[in-house]
Structure formats: C-alpha cells, structure tokens
Design a protein around this ligand. Structure first.
Ligand code: PMP
Length: 444
C-alpha cells in the first residue's frame, strides 16, 4: 500500500521530498554496485548513497566483519578503550602522512567538521573561519554556516556567505562553485579566460587576500576546503590554488582543514586522499561517508600539537568510536586494499571521463565533463554558447529517464545543473558501458 502511495505521489510530502525522484524508487536490497526495487527491478548504482557505499552494498567481507563484531561487543561509550578503536586508529593513520597521527571518531561528516572547527578555534585562539563558495561542510548547527549553498540554510542561521563585515565569524572565500579549469567549454560566469590560459588561480588567490583584508578583523582560525567540491558540482580548483591558499592561511595564523568526506578513501583514484592531488599536507583531515561503507561514522585526524590544545577541554561523544563502527571501518580499509579498489577506481574513472568527453562533444546540452577517479561531474547547459544552466525540468527529465532505464545517478551544483557520478569503487568497465549507453539515450 505504501509503495502504491509513493508511486501515485500520494504520500506525505515531508517524506517524499527527500526521495529525490519525481517517480520515486523504493529500494529493497543491494549487492555490490547493484540495487533492486520492490518489484525486483535491478539498478546500477552510480551514486552509492552519495559517495558512501564505497566498497559495494553488503560486501561479503564487510558483512562478515560486522557479523563477527555483532556477536562480541556493540557499545561501551568513549569512557573505555577497546581493541577495535586502537586497531582502527593505527590502521587509519598508516594511510596518512606525518604528522597526522591523532584520531577522533564521530558519527557523521557534519559532526567531524563541527569538531574540527572547535579544535581550530581552540588551537589558534582565533575565531574567524574561511570557507570557499560552493562548499558543503554539513548541516549541523555550526557547519551549516560553513556550507555555501543557500538552499541548505534556514533563516535562523547567521551564515549568509559574505564578503563584508556583516557576517561575524564565517567568511566566504573565493571560488564560484562553477567550473573554471582548462577545458573546451567553461561554464562559469565568473571566469572568462580562454581554454588553456586560465588565470583564475591568481585571481582567486587575490580574492582570498581581499577577503582577509576586508572581512577578517583579527587573525584567522582556519580554512575549510574540500579537495574537490562534491555537492557544489564536482568542482576542481585551478592548479596550485589550494597550495597557495594554505600558505596564505598559515601566514595569517590559521590552520588548514581538508574535508575529505567525499574525496577520501581512494575515491579520486590516483590518490588515497584528495589533498594529495594538491601537493599539500593539511593540519586536520575530516572524513565520513565512505569511511564505513554506509555505517554511520566520521573522523577527524590531526597532529599531536593540535590535539594537545584540544586536550585542555573535555570532549565526549557517546557513539563515536564504538566497537561496531570501528570493526566495519577497519574491514573497509582492508577491502579497499584486497580488492584493488584504488586501481579499479583509477581505471574505470579514467575510462568514464574519456567516454563522457565523447558524449560532451556529441550533445549540445553537455557543457563540461570533469572530475577525478570515480568522482565525476557532468555539467549541463542550455547550449554551449550561452553556457546557461540547463533548466531544472530538463535536468529532471534526463534524471528520471536514466533511472527508468536502470541507472541511478546524482545531482549537484549551485543551479542543480550537474549530474554527479560517484558509484561504488567496484564498478567495472562493462558497468560503465551500460551507464554510458543509457545516459546517451537519455540525453538524446
Ligand atoms: N562534508 C562534505 C564534503 C560532504 O559532502 C558532506 C555530506 N554531503 C558533509 C561534510 C556532511 O556529512 P554528513 O551528511 O555525514 O553530516
């Protein structure tokens, strides 16, 4: 009956609102890169619950590790130590460069960023935070101010995103949330450089300097930046932008926080962490989503020095670092290695980018194809001359048709004009071909 109600759009709008589709899908079960609905229809999952089910739905090894832990210990709260947290912290930090050695575990990405924000302020003694336009860092009380897109904000929050002293503590740095990189078609309205001669880096670094000069009345506590913006529409920064921004922030007394919630755990293919693609080492790394393949978990990894400042206060998190989530996350790290998922991600991601570039050349409404590994954005435009975003009703049409032909994808970008592909890292080239055939037809 419920399924029928959903199909007939009769269910409560408060619940259907989050289903994303005009004709919702009611998922019954999943295995690896596949999902099945109540009627037994199979879908290729090209979005992985927003880049979260990284190693595959119900992966047998993760399931085995979870079942083993289920029969052993579920919860102690942070007042006891248990072997799973110790093992996990060691395993996780072995994937990170020095001096990132201290791990705090949370239950989500927003919580991890909340904690990082608090730690940055405590450590530096400063209050101002800079984020970049187009950024998404969470929907909790504090992180909602760091998030850029107004659609996620509610009138009670202070963060409007600002370039003036109106906004008391969060300053929106540069970067337009749209594309600006060497590519045949630039869809941004902010950068009109010709392809191959993008001067945006200097321009954005200058903007960041200006923000510091005009907005920040005192020293800065930190910069939050995703190595590649996810919700913002798979936005890549100009070469060296992040490296120069880190330098500037550190000169101003702040620390640099890499939000790896979407980019972490091998999603960008050639690198285990997105920041490695920018030649920087952050002072803090926040992570979630793919960390535990869909099990609620997040983490902040930082230096001993920063952790020491934080140790002066009392921090408590009932569920963070529980034995069950640690066991799941630990098996996720093993599976990424044992199944060779970083390599698959690089290979299939590169293939998809190449093939999608052909669709971009074929279809007037595909403005840009970009990304790294299996974090890919397809920016849709009215036409390649105006570069105006494709209107929502057309986006929806393509989105629904793709789903009806058996593939689930995501959407993002400031104008919801970007299709996002973030499948489980176990997708194959054959899956990529299936997706490409379906997508081509939907675009047609
Ligand atoms: N940071 C980034 C980059 C994200 O994409 C998200 C979620 N979309 C978050 C933080 C917040 O994570 P969560 O939804 O787990 O709170």
């Amino acid at each position: 009956e419920r399924l029928l109600q959903i199909r007939q759009h009769k269910c409560n709008p408060m619940t259907t609102k989050v289903t994303y589709y005009q004709r919702p899908v009611f998922i019954h079960h999943g295995y690896m890169q596949w999902l099945w609905d109540m009627d037994g229809r199979r879908y290729l999952d090209m979005f992985a619950g927003v880049a979260t089910v990284s190693v595959g739905h119900c992966h047998p090894k993760v399931r085995e590790a979870t079942e083993k832990q289920l029969g052993r210990l579920w919860h102690t709260s942070a007042i006891y130590v248990h072997p799973q947290i110790q093992e996990y912290a060691e395993k996780l930090t072995s994937h990170l460069p020095e001096p990132l050695r201290v791990v705090y575990l949370t239950n989500s990405g927003s919580e991890a960023n909340d904690l990082a924000l608090l730690m940055a302020r405590l450590h530096t003694g400063n209050y101002a935070i800079t984020t970049l336009r187009g950024a998404y860092h969470g929907g909790s009380g504090m992180t909602i101010d760091l998030t850029s897109n107004a659609a996620y904000k509610f009138p009670v929050t202070s963060g409007q995103g600002c370039h003036s002293t109106m906004c008391p503590d969060v300053f929106r740095g540069p970067w337009g949330g749209s594309h600006c990189r060497d590519s045949p078609v630039q869809t941004t309205r902010e950068c009109n450089c010709s392809p191959g001669q993008c001067l945006a880096n200097n321009k954005y670094i200058d903007q960041l300097k200006e923000v510091f000069a005009t907005c920040v009345p005192h020293q800065i506590a930190g910069l939050f930046a995703e190595p590649i913006q996810g919700v913002g529409g798979v936005v890549q920064y100009p070469r060296n932008f992040l490296r120069d921004a880190y330098k500037l922030v550190r000169e101003k007394g702040g620390i640099c926080i890499a939000d790896e919630v979407q980019t972490g755990f091998a999603r960008t293919g050639s690198h285990y962490w997105g920041f490695q693609g920018h030649d920087v080492i952050p002072d803090m790394v926040t992570m979630a989503k793919g960390i535990a393949n869909g099990f609620p978990m997040g983490a902040v990894v930082t230096t001993e020095e920063i952790a020491r400042s934080f140790g002066k206060g009392l921090h408590f998190n009932t569920f963070g670092g529980g034995p069950l989530s640690c066991a799941v996350a630990s098996s996720v790290l093993d599976v990424i290695k044992e199944d060779g998922l970083q390599e698959t991600c690089e290979e299939v991601g590169t293939y998809l980018l190449e093939q999608l570039a052909k669709l971009r050349d074929k279809h007037e409404i595909v403005g840009d194809v970009r990304g790294k590994g299996l974090m890919i954005g397809v920016e849709m435009v009215k036409d390649k001359v105006s570069r105006d975003p494709l209107p929502p009703e057309h986006m929806d049409e393509i989105f629904e048709d793709t789903k009806d032909m058996g593939v689930l994808i995501g959407k993002g970008g400031n104008y919801a004009q970007v299709f996002r592909l973030k499948p489980p890292l176990c997708v194959t080239k054959a899956d990529a071909d299936f997706f490409l055939a379906v997508f081509d037809q939907a675009l047609q």
